[in-house]
Design a protein around this ligand. Structure first.
Ligand SMILES: CC(C)(COP(=O)(O)OP(=O)(O)OC[C@H]1O[C@@H](n2cnc3c(N)ncnc32)[C@H](O)[C@@H]1OP(=O)(O)O)[C@@H](O)C(=O)NCCC(=O)NCCS
Length: 175
């Protein structure tokens, strides 16, 4: 296991930076929103304390970077995402979620491409996988626009096992 330190990086429209406990109010805007949490592995946060606990757990990240996505135009924290090295399969997997009123502007794709690029250049990452619930077609588009191609059907469960989703898994191998 390696401890990863999440750096601040950027794209045209976003700053990707580490999240801190001071972000709890903003983060709860989406972690506490059923529309956003629906297909995520975390159960929707019942209250802001759950979000605070999650933010505290980010102090030490093993084999994983997690970024908050800040919109440059107004400095607002609009979502988060991360990329993780899976030692079991020697692949990198990534994910993302945005506050509901910020969907549909290409932000998830823009952030994901940058996360991939970062792991590629700094960690020598070459093989990437990502997965989405079959009905979550918007996430499928993000994954495709990042260059991954459909590999197989699978399934995944929420952390609390409250739901299991049929999923589509995608893969990309870079030179
Ligand atoms: C998935 C999510 C991150 C997408 O964020 P986003 O910034 O809106 O994504 P982008 O704008 O980069 O791309 C979305 C793509 O999906 C398409 N899309 C959006 N809603 C769609 C829908 N209901 N059906 C089909 N396609 C849809 C968009 O048209 C766009 O594709 P296009 O560029 O080819 O037109 C956002 O919807 C979200 O936070 N969802 C909740 C969390 C989540 O499900 N995360 C992924 C778990 S696997």
């Amino acid at each position: 296991m390696s401890i990863f330190i999440t750096p601040t990086i950027e794209t045209d429209r976003l700053i990707l930076r580490p999240l801190t406990i001071n972000d709890a109010d903003d983060v709860f805007e989406w972690t506490g929103d059923e529309r956003v949490a629906k297909y995520m592995v975390y159960p929707c946060h019942r209250n802001i304390e759950v979000t605070r606990e999650w933010l505290c757990s980010l102090d030490i990240l093993e084999n994983e970077y997690i970024w908050g996505f800040v919109r440059k135009s107004d400095g607002k924290l609009i979502g988060s995402g991360g990329i993780r090295f899976r030692t079991d399969e020697n692949v990198w997997s990534f994910g993302y979620n945005l506050r509901y009123d910020c969907w549909g502007h290409g932000f998830a794709t823009e952030a994901s491409k940058r996360m991939i690029e970062y792991a590629y250049s700094e960690n020598n990452a070459r093989e990437f996988v990502s997965e989405h619930a079959v009905e979550n077609t918007a996430s499928g588009r993000v994954i495709e626009k990042c260059g991954l191609v459909f590999d197989e059907y699978s399934e995944y469960s929420k952390f609390d096992n409250s739901y299991t989703f049929k999923s589509k898994k995608y893969r990309m191998i870079l030179k």
